[in-house]
Design a binder for this molecule. Structure first.
Ligand SMILES: [Zn+2]
Length: 94
């Protein structure tokens, strides 16, 4: 069981790498809870994810709650093969 979890995590990382490298940028604007806000031209990604988030959607919020260090900001033009997140059509906040 544990091995299976490790393997799928590794596969997820591998898949994410094929989508293009993640080049994190430093957040310049933070909310009251220290969560990063996007500058124009920036999006959220997660290390093992195959989507990017142009907004603070429920998925980004859940990631911030469970693993804030795993939530990264990148420039929009470095999203590579990642798809736009569907949940971001209904963002929770700006
Ligand atoms: Zn999203």
């Amino acid at each position: 069981m544990a091995n299976k979890t490790v393997r799928s995590a590794r596969q997820a990382y591998q898949k994410a790498e094929e989508l293009g490298p993640i080049i994190p940028v430093r957040p310049t604007r933070l909310r009251m809870d220290r969560s990063p806000r996007l500058e124009p031209g920036q999006v959220y990604v997660m290390r093992a994810g195959s989507v990017y988030h142009p907004a603070w959607c429920s998925i980004v919020a859940a990631k911030w709650d469970s693993d804030p260090g795993g939530l990264l900001l990148i420039a929009e033009d470095t999203v590579g093969g990642r798809r736009e997140c569907k949940a971001c059509e209904e963002p929770l906040t700006d």
